[in-house]
Design a protein around this ligand. Structure first.
Ligand code: TMP
Length: 205
């Protein structure tokens, strides 16, 4: 099967770790060589940018935040994702370009075209074949996320910010229903894992 680039998206506390585990288990069972990665991050220099982006002691204006996300993304793409796809591996990334539409446009209020212009500069191959959008009410996600420990710079935002993020994600799913598949993340971990496995089975027979 052709190497495929899959991305996971959703508000904080949506349960991306559970879904990553389900995808990894499904891939292992089918003998697919899968590389797991994340954004911001996924290679040493972008992981350093991640520390700066998530540090609650630092302040970034929305424009700088957007450009740093894309700086991290370009490095992640060229150093990690593209070589893996070229080697024949499948790649699953915990967040990618859609997160910039959701957080920097939806959450921060930057113009959609600004992010679109940056997204358009990425190579065509950097378009995910499948994006799983883990959707759940913001309050439920935040409640789960807050149990995990100290809040990062994004987690400190108010519920209204995450509501805008969620709506932007849903807008992306509506615009591209073939690529962006909504997963009901209100269910328990094993139910979510089952939904994802079934969906992968149907899609990649
Ligand atoms: P996470 O590892 O919990 O997903 O944290 C990453 C945070 O970075 C999350 O709050 C979403 C945010 N983010 C953006 O705002 N824009 C982006 O483009 C990406 C990739 C992440």
């Amino acid at each position: 099967m052709k190497p495929t680039f899959i991305t996971l998206e959703g508000v904080e506390g949506a349960g991306k770790t559970t879904v990553l585990e389900a995808i990894a288990a499904w891939a292992a069972q089918r003998g697919i060589d899968l590389l797991q990665t994340r954004e911001p991050g996924g290679c040493p220099s972008s992981e350093r940018l991640r520390e700066l982006l998530l540090d609650p002691a630092l302040c970034w204006c929305s424009e700088a935040e957007l450009l740093l996300m894309f700086a991290a993304r370009w490095q992640h793409w060229s150093e990690t994702i593209e070589p893996a796809l070229k080697r024949g591996q499948w790649v699953v990334s915990d967040r990618f370009v859609d997160a910039s539409f959701a957080y920097q446009c939806g959450g921060r209020g930057l113009a959609w075209e600004r992010v679109q212009a940056l997204a358009d500069q990425l190579p065509k191959m950097a378009r995910p074949g499948l994006t799983l959008l883990l959707d759940l009410p913001v309050e439920l996600g935040l409640e789960r996320a807050r149990k995990r420990g100290p809040e990062d710079r994004f987690e400190q935002e108010k519920a209204a910010f995450f509501e805008r993020v969620r709506q932007a994600y849903l807008q992306l799913a509506e615009a591209e229903p073939e690529r962006v598949v909504i997963v009901d993340a209100t269910q328990n971990q094993s139910q979510v894992a089952e939904q994802v496995t079934k969906m992968l089975e149907a899609r990649y027979q």
